[in-house]
Design a protein around this ligand. Structure first.
Ligand SMILES: [Zn+2]
Length: 126
């Protein structure tokens, strides 16, 4: 059960073609108001997230409550309202070249050996 995503401007043009009496400014304003409501977490009276395209015309409600149909797979929804924002941490790629080319791999060889050997029992009082 999923909508067919459409760009905001794409839907406005489509809507105007099938509704020649409408004016682009009003359609855009209604759609934007519904999209903002969706982003703010607006829900239908039944508890579902609102259907932005339908809510622009019919008031904030979900697809099923507006159309009476259960399956929106043939219907459009604004793309921004179709996808959850991706998690930032999920898509980062590890840069392995920086890890494998480590120039300090011999850094454990001791540099203070001669200093240690110079200390003998003769230097310690008692
Ligand atoms: Zn509903």
């Amino acid at each position: 059960m999923s909508f067919v995503p459409i760009r905001f401007g794409g839907w406005v043009n489509k809507f105007l073609k099938s509704n020649p009496g409408e004016n682009a400014k009003d359609v855009t304003a209604r759609l934007r108001r519904a999209l903002e409501a969706y982003k703010a977490g607006a829900q239908c009276a039944c508890g579902e997230p609102i259907w932005v395209i339908g809510s622009a015309e019919a008031g904030n409600a979900c697809f099923t409550c507006i159309t009476g149909e259960a399956d929106p797979s043939q219907d459009f929804e604004i793309a921004e309202a179709c996808y959850k924002p991706p998690k930032r941490s999920g898509n980062r790629r590890q840069d392995w070249s920086a890890v494998l080319a480590d120039p300090d791999e011999d850094s454990e060889s001791p540099h203070d050996e001669s200093f240690k050997q110079s200390i003998t029992d003769d230097d310690v009082p008692f």
